[in-house]
Design a protein around this ligand. Structure first.
Ligand SMILES: Cc1cc2nc3c(=O)[nH]c(=O)nc-3n(C[C@H](O)[C@H](O)[C@H](O)COP(=O)(O)O)c2cc1C
Ligand SMILES: Nc1ncnc2c1ncn2[C@@H]1O[C@H](COP(=O)(O)OP(=O)(O)OP(=O)(O)O)[C@@H](O)[C@H]1O
Length: 147
């Protein structure tokens, strides 16, 4: 049984998230997903939705077998516990593949690191980024409390 690990913030789900997790699932038979704690999302605007709500929505996706809320301080603690065969990084995630591989080796975790593909556009007006969804809401509904 090849165990695959994916991770991310997954705030306000969109088809790019679905693509990433479906792509990650093709690397093995069992897909585990770590949902980042809001406190650790420091490289961009913080998530709108709570840790538990983001986890519940990812857990409902067909490609996903099991979801886990991430560790508060050491991102490698759940990795050690889950002991995956492959970690699939998102196509645009800031994490460096080599640096993660080095950390895994340093902790004695035998696991390869791959990178998922981006979703290709399938129809007009796709919004494939949580940030872009939020920007559209602010542009189209900002200040309008009646709708
Ligand atoms: C292998 C790996 C394990 C991770 N584990 C956790 C974790 O346990 N807790 C957490 O809050 N974030 C964890 N993260 C970080 C987030 O999933 C994510 O990289 C970041 O916070 C948000 O990234 P995004 O912009 O891709 O959503 C992990 C990242 C990697 C690469
Ligand atoms: N359009 C997309 N195609 C493929 N993967 C995607 C796409 N959008 C997001 N992902 C992947 O989903 C995972 C979680 O993404 P994240 O929660 O950061 O969403 P996001 O929409 O990229 O957010 P933001 O717009 O705030 O940067 C990441 O690994 C990311 O690479």
């Amino acid at each position: 049984m090849t165990r695959v690990l994916a991770q991310g913030t997954f705030d306000l789900l969109h088809p790019g998230h679905v693509h990433y997790l479906e792509d990650a699932a093709t690397y093995g038979e069992e897909l585990h997903v770590i949902v980042a704690r809001a406190a650790n999302v420091t490289h961009k605007r913080p998530p709108i939705l709570s840790d538990e709500q983001r986890r519940e929505m990812v857990d409902a996706l067909a490609a996903v077998d099991t979801t886990h809320l991430g560790h508060e301080s050491d991102i490698f603690v759940p990795v050690e516990r889950l002991d995956p065969d492959v970690i699939v990084l998102g196509y645009d995630q800031h994490h460096d593949r080599e640096a993660i591989a080095e950390q895994l080796a340093g902790r004695g975790i035998d696991c390869r690191v791959e990178r998922a593909s981006p979703r290709e556009q399938q129809y007009a007006d796709e919004v494939l980024s949580t940030g872009a969804i939020i920007d559209r809401i602010l542009a189209e509904r900002g200040g309008d409390v009646d709708r």
